[in-house]
Ligand binder design. Structure first.
Ligand SMILES: [Zn+2]
Length: 604
């Protein structure tokens, strides 16, 4: 019993932090991130010697002394970024909600679209898709995007969103663009120079028009906000706000893009109205392989040392086989960039699973592990003793009780022995391209097992510390039910069972029936959260962590935005070993650590 209590305390603390931050990712907080900077500093301070953290060639260059020299440096750095990224094939995910006006709630989702692919940044910008039904459009899309024209049709060519990673992949220079210095401004901890960009006369279609933010040490672009000029007939360029993060020394990698179109003023006739989030990750996927192989060899040799190793009984052999399948799947999904490496979010999930197990006296031959799927669609599945929950689902859950609800269903499958995936113990079944993951792996239970898991899960919840917290979990089911018909793409599971069927919630639906009435106007009733409020995915190494943010009070029903897409406002900071992708377990204290403070100090 004391063990339970310890777990509980730790978890409540952890989850309280989660709950507090859940409402923080809302647009109301956004302007606070932009602190205007006193414009009294002489122009020259923009040109401090670059800190050695970049480790790049430009650290040998003399600091620019005029704005023209700064612009030259910006252009040079953008070309270096293009070159640096050209061998990489990051994952790009776009989730888009078409909007309709609700008199009470404002613009709400009408329907949605989901795109997932790998970007190829080598020659131009290209992509290949994970979702099969999208792949057939690709021939058409390639023809539409011949040469350097950047156009995409109203039926949302996913490649259109991928273009927004660069200002101009091929022609970012003074011949094609005019630069107008605006002011100096902080984005998060990073002091930036702000420029407005306009294409020069007669430079053709699809040139960027808008604003760029450039950090003032190495002059890398950290944010671009605008659109592309002069679309051709039957095409459309979207507005976009594109953010980069300093996740490795010297480079700011494209990470988030928010797009939005539509006009909801009286009398406006929207041809198009949507909000979309594009996320990129998996930049380091290709180069991670050699180390992985070495690690695997070490693990295997340790395993063989077990002194009790004798011939396996039939049951032991069956379990061993299932574990092999489980390990294969987990490793393969991680290699495809679809599963985050083990981390702190797993600890929170695992604590909730432990609480369910301990209070229900569940003893399993192997511990249950939890992992986070890096994608947005709301889904869960389990393979062997590993429970997998998607990033998007963790984002929208309102509290710990609803998290317990989600995990209890998968734990029930494990407890009931509904093991799927033993075919993946054969290694040939792991040999497929990353883009073909969804065609080669699947963990869908038959309806009878789904019903049995729900029943068992509710039993376990009622015997657990979450028994008193199931009202919010039920409200979540109700909110999901209210939005399910409009969110078929968000609710389309790609590996596990769907949570809804034909717009009706099927998973744990019983909890919804016993919940209080859903009331959008009750401001203290938070049934579901917007996407992106809880889990932060590192675009470089795919690690996930819990978002740290100050809570922002909800002041109207429109602030709730359940399951909705919102703008991005990441708090920018310079690369340092503190926020580095923690690839090395032992912290290295080299002199190359970025000195964020120095950038904020006028150097005269
Ligand atoms: Zn299930």
């Amino acid at each position: 019993m004391p063990k339970v209590m310890n777990n509980m305390n730790w978890m409540i603390l952890a989850l309280l932090a989660v709950t507090m931050t859940a409402v923080a990712q809302q647009p109301a907080s956004a302007p606070q991130n932009q602190q205007p900077v006193a414009a009294t500093q002489p122009e020259r301070t923009a040109a401090q010697p670059s800190q050695t953290q970049s480790g790049q060639a430009q650290s040998n260059l003399a600091p620019p002394t005029t704005m023209n020299q700064v612009v030259d440096r910006v252009i040079m750095r953008e070309k270096e970024l293009t070159k640096f990224l050209s061998p990489r094939t990051p994952i790009v995910e776009t989730y888009l909600q078409n909007l309709t006006q609700d008199p009470q709630l404002g613009p709400i989702p009408q329907d949605d679209h989901y795109f997932l692919g790998r970007m190829d940044l080598s020659e131009s910008i290209d992509r290949s898709d994970y979702l099969q039904d999208k792949a057939k459009d690709e021939g058409m899309e390639r023809r539409l995007l011949g040469g350097f024209t950047k156009k995409f049709k109203l039926q949302y060519q996913p490649l259109g969103f991928s273009w927004m990673v660069f200002v101009d992949r091929n022609d970012f220079d003074r011949q094609h663009y005019d630069f107008h210095y605006v002011r100096r401004e902080f984005l998060g901890d990073v002091r930036c120079l702000v420029f407005d960009l306009t294409p020069t006369k007669d430079t053709g279609r699809g040139r960027f028009i808008g604003r760029i933010w450039v950090e003032d040490q190495d002059f890398n672009i950290v944010r671009l906000n605008g659109t592309y000029a002069h679309p051709s007939r039957n095409s459309y360029y979207f507005h976009m706000d594109s953010w980069r993060l300093n996740l490795i020394p010297g480079y700011w990698v494209p990470s988030y893009i928010y797009s939005e179109e539509g006009d909801f003023t009286a009398g406006a006739r929207n041809k198009i109205a949507f909000k979309a989030q594009t996320r990129m990750w998996g930049y380091n996927l290709k180069t991670a392989t050699p180390n992985d192989e070495l690690t695997n060899i070490t693990v295997d040799s340790v395993k063989d040392d077990t002194p009790a190793a004798q011939d396996a009984t039939p049951l032991a052999a069956e379990r061993e086989w299932q574990q092999q399948a489980e390990d294969n799947v987990v490793e393969r999904l991680q290699r495809a960039g679809l599963l985050a490496p083990e981390g702190d979010v797993d600890k929170i999930l695992q604590t909730v699973v432990n609480n369910l197990e301990i209070t229900n006296n569940i003893e399993l031959p192997r511990p249950v592990r939890t992992r986070v799927l890096t994608t947005s669609p709301l889904e869960t599945f389990s393979v062997g003793n590993t429970i997998v929950v998607s990033r998007g689902l963790i984002d929208v859950l309102p509290d710990e009780g609803s998290l317990a609800m989600v995990l209890s269903h998968e734990l029930a499958h494990i407890v009931l022995g509904h093991n799927l995936g033993s075919q993946y113990a054969f290694n040939d079944r792991m040999l497929f391209s990353d883009e073909a993951t969804y065609q080669n792996l699947g963990f869908k239970h038959i309806p009878e097992e789904e019903a049995a898991a729900d029943k068992k899960a509710i039993e376990m919840l009622k015997a657990s510390p979450y028994a008193q917290k199931l009202e919010t979990a039920g409200l979540f089911i109700k909110a999901l039910q209210a939005r399910a018909p409009q969110l078929s793409a968000l609710l389309q599971a790609h590996l596990g069972n769907n949570i809804t069927e034909n717009g009706t919630v099927t998973r744990m639906a019983q909890l919804g029936a016993s919940a209080p009435a859903l009331d959008w106007n009750k401001l203290d009733q938070i049934a579901a959260l917007p996407l992106g409020g809880r889990v932060k995915l590192n675009p470089w190494d795919d690690k996930v962590e819990i978002v740290k943010a100050q809570p922002v009070a909800i002041t109207s029903a429109r602030d709730k935005m359940p399951f909705e897409v919102t703008p991005f406002f990441p708090r920018l900071s310079r690369y340092s070993t503190a926020n580095a992708p923690a690839a090395t377990p032992t912290p290295t204290t080299t002199a190359t650590t970025a000195t964020a403070d120095a950038s904020a100090t006028p150097s005269n």
